[in-house]
Design a protein around this ligand. Sequence first.
Ligand code: ATP
Length: 194
Amino acid sequence: MSAPKKIALFGGTFDPVHLGHLQLATTAKQSLDLDEVRFLPCQISPHKLGTSPSRGEDRCEMLRLVTRQILWAVVDDFELQQAAPTYSYQTAEAMAERFPDARLFWVMGCDQWESLPRWKHPERLAAKVEFIVLARDRDPQPREGFSLHVIHGEHPASATKIREAIASGEKMHPWLAPAVADWINKNRLYLPVG
Ligand code: ATP
């Protein structure tokens, strides 16, 4: 019998996707020998920093532009298609139904690993996925009932700082892929409202 396909789910706002996200996905892929990383943009609040928020379609398109040449990357608008914001455990349960023979993982930064006990039904998420967590200044601590794989490779990128830079008139940012910067400028994303 062949080994199950290893699929990692990577949820986030990706507003916009930046090189830190790509490095995290790449490190996870290489460290765990994953077959696929599925980027799952979530629904977000329409108010951020007083700038115009990007629509789900824009965030998805920026993800598609940046992963176009990456064979193991998939952009999945599953959460954006739901009527109401989706909890991660619901996404994981839906993916387990969609890929019944796969071994599922959930990729996240250390900050999210620490806040996980406050998520909705973390035990239901843990029942479906193994966690791949990027260590930052400290290693994530194991948690009973949760399967944990720690990976290393920090990147300084921050979507908040990128949005602030664009809002203050910058057209390009070193943490952005050029195709994403083009999309942001063409569609006038993150500019101050009014
Ligand atoms: P914001 O600044 O808008 O909060 P963000 O990039 O921190 O943006 P998300 O887009 O939701 O937030 O991040 C998705 C995932 O990527 C999260 O698991 C987060 O921990 C991780 N992540 C974000 N930035 C980095 C980075 N520089 N290096 C590694 N992982 C990151």
